[in-house]
Design a protein around this ligand. Structure first.
Ligand SMILES: [Mg+2]
Length: 303
């Protein structure tokens, strides 16, 4: 079956490599598997603000996040908007002026879980081999963290698209949230990937028959550490896709075990992306299942 996987991409200041036109044209006639990742706690062991932003304003991570939680309860404010607000309020109090470019350059300090930098090639070559180059892979990021910081990380170019919270830097005296991605709003971006409507200026709500959707949920694997990922895992799995819970080595597997025991994820594993790790093996198993389902569907379509 031919799939139209061409998508209109949102404008951005620096495009990931996979957005290049030649690759898109080449992809159009292939089935596509989408691997969709949360960032903080999933690809990176800590929250991205903890590597450069908070040290720069002399604030300890634990103290900052405790204050975010306290303020959001006191003022009945959305926690994601509260952290975005508090980041700049604290910087201003310290007399530290931070511009968009500063946040982007802070991205280079963000650390990754083991194996992350080689993971993308590892998975792409696996799918290429197992499908005899008939199926294409895309990696997507949906993060409540900051697009500006992600843009400066080494792995930014590996994503077909990145959906994350962002600032207006010219709105008021302090930067103002431009896009806020909460746990439930993450699911909107799953539907954008599913329907091929990745341009955030376009409405996602108009009806599109299942067979016209470029990436069916059954060809998606969602990776998350659980804290902001439950709605995305539920939406993916309810629509016949797959979900993987991960935990960074320094953290407990408790949340992952709970998610697994109540059937919210297919597997869980330590966030170790190196070849031969449990995460790698279990991801390959899910990919094998997706590839075999594609083959079964294509065979049925011949009848
Ligand atoms: Mg997370």
């Amino acid at each position: 079956m031919e799939k139209n996987t061409k998508t209109k991409r949102a404008p951005r200041s620096r495009k990931p490599a996979s957005a290049k036109k030649s690759k898109q044209v080449q992809e159009q006639s292939k089935n596509t598997i989408a691997l969709i990742y949360d960032f903080d706690g999933t690809l990176s062991p800590k929250n991205m603000q903890e590597y450069a932003f908070l040290p720069k304003i002399g604030m300890q991570a634990k103290k900052f996040w405790t204050e975010v939680a306290k303020l959001s309860i006191e003022r009945e404010a959305e926690p994601l908007i509260t952290y975005m607000h508090l980041m700049y309020k604290k910087a201003k109090e310290k007399g530290v002026h931070i511009l968009r470019d500063d946040l982007v350059s802070q991205g280079k300090d963000v650390e990754f879980c083991p194996g992350v930098e080689k993971w993308f090639d590892l998975i792409e070559s696996y799918v290429k081999k197992q499908s005899s180059d008939a199926v294409n892979v895309r990696h997507y990021l949906i993060s409540s963290g900051l697009k500006e910081i992600i843009e400066g990380t080494k792995i930014y170019d590996r994503f077909h698209n990145v959906f994350a919270s962002e600032y207006f830097f010219d709105a008021y005296e302090l930067p103002y949230p431009k896009r806020v991605i909460s746990d439930t709003s993450k699911t909107q971006y799953l539907f954008r990937i599913n329907k091929g409507v990745e341009d955030v200026n376009k409405s996602i709500n108009s009806h599109m028959p299942e067979q016209e959707r470029p990436i069916p949920f059954s060809q998606m694997i969602y990776f998350g550490d659980g804290e902001t990922d439950v709605p995305s895992m539920a939406v993916t799995r309810q629509n016949k896709g797959f979900a993987m819970a991960v935990y960074p080595k320094a953290k407990s597997a408790k949340i992952c075990k709970e998610l697994f025991s109540v059937g919210r994820v297919d597997f869980y594993a330590e966030a170790d992306y190196t070849k031969g790790s449990d995460l790698h093996k279990r991801t390959c198993l899910l990919i094998d299942k997706i590839l075999s389902d594609i083959k079964v569907r294509e065979e049925k379509e011949k009848l």
